[in-house]
Design a protein around this ligand. Structure first.
Ligand code: SF4
Length: 345
């Protein structure tokens, strides 16, 4: 397909997305924030988060000066929180090592926490119109289908093949438009399920479509069922209806976010609260159990409301424990915790 780029660009001009809040800027900082938010998250979800984030942290200096709590509060609900922690660390590195100026060199960009080759390519293409290939999830899907690339893109061999294709197809000029165009094609037409092949500029040549085998590409990850973990989340409230929140350790799931006290499903809540928190509580009937799925396991959450009985041992607000009063601005909390809090009478 020698005319891949011109056909894609012609399609993009008419049908692509041109008014996203991070478009029409050459500011590498703004582009970087959007690219990190867009990893594993759809455009419609990202837009309000991006706008709030940019209002609070319009540049490297403001982001590097913010506390981790403030940054995580802006990320709460977006998931994959390591992205926010990496962003924050990277901003501080840019401030310290590059005097607050976003680096323009590919190696230096890739050296920033949370930035891989595809994100670096997108930043360079959008900010400086530099010829750099990208290979995010959408691009992988388009290329695997158009050129019938067999195998799961998680393997090194398939990745290599896709990168070679991505590199070969990226044009010398109009790189910024081309990069947005191939992302848009994957996000709007060549979607995971039910791609709209009849409207696609590659309909006549796309090998997957020609072979009537679109569902075969890209190859699926070899079968693996996710393990299931169970946990009880305690919603402990005092006589003023303030709810106890505990800050999670910085590393790991929901690192640095504020969550409810949590224990294993086999453990007695009353005894656990006495031993671990020094609190005397009276558990109430549980709320409905629900499932939250992470990339590597399912978590079945059993929310149990409880009343604080013994005020003598009540933990005070400290660095990693707070009592959130009704009407207080909530700190950064994971989506399932927010969901439980919203359900409380
Ligand atoms: S023809 Fe269909 S499968 Fe092929 S690239 Fe276009 S939308 Fe994707």
């Amino acid at each position: 397909m020698r005319d891949f780029a011109p056909r894609l660009l012609a399609w993009f001009e008419q049908h692509g997305r041109h008014d996203l809040p991070w478009q029409n800027t050459c500011d590498p900082y703004a582009i970087w924030i959007s690219e990190i938010m867009l990893q594993q998250t759809q455009v419609a979800t990202v837009i309000p988060y991006y706008q709030r984030f940019m209002e609070s942290f319009p540049d490297i200096t403001s982001l590097s000066a913010a506390s981790t709590d403030e940054v995580l509060a802006h990320w709460a609900g977006l998931g994959y929180y390591s992205r926010a922690r990496n962003l924050h660390r990277a901003a501080r590195l840019v401030q310290e090592q590059h005097g607050g100026r976003f680096p323009e060199n590919r190696e230096k960009i890739i050296a920033l926490p949370g930035v891989g080759p595809s994100t670096a390519g997108a930043i360079m293409a959008f900010a400086w119109n530099q010829r750099q290939p990208i290979l995010d999830g959408n691009v992988k899907r388009v290329l695997a289908r158009c050129f019938a690339v067999d195998g799961w893109p998680g393997t090194t061999a398939v990745q290599k093949q896709l990168w070679q294709l991505a590199d070969k197809l990226t044009p010398e000029t109009e790189v910024s438009a081309y990069t947005q165009a191939i992302m848009d094609l994957g996000a709007t037409l060549c979607t995971r399920s039910k791609p709209r092949c009849d409207e696609c500029p590659f309909c006549r040549d796309c090998r997957a479509h020609q072979q009537d085998a679109v569902g075969r590409y890209p190859g699926k990850r070899p079968g693996k069922t996710l393990p299931v973990r169970r946990a009880t989340f305690l919603v402990i409230r005092d006589q003023n209806n303030a709810t106890l929140l505990i800050k999670r350790p910085p590393a790991g799931i929901w690192g640095g976010l504020w969550s409810l006290p949590e224990h294993g499903s086999e453990v007695d809540s009353e005894r656990w609260a006495a031993n671990q928190l020094g609190l005397h509580i009276r558990p109430q009937p549980p709320l409905s159990c629900f499932r939250h799925t992470f990339s590597h396991f399912h978590l079945d959450i059993n929310p149990v409301p409880a009343r604080l009985v013994d005020m003598k041992n009540k933990v005070n607000d400290s660095g990693d424990m707070i009592w959130l009063k009704p009407g207080d601005t909530p700190p950064g909390m994971p989506a399932p915790v927010k969901k439980i809090m919203e359900k409380l009478p």
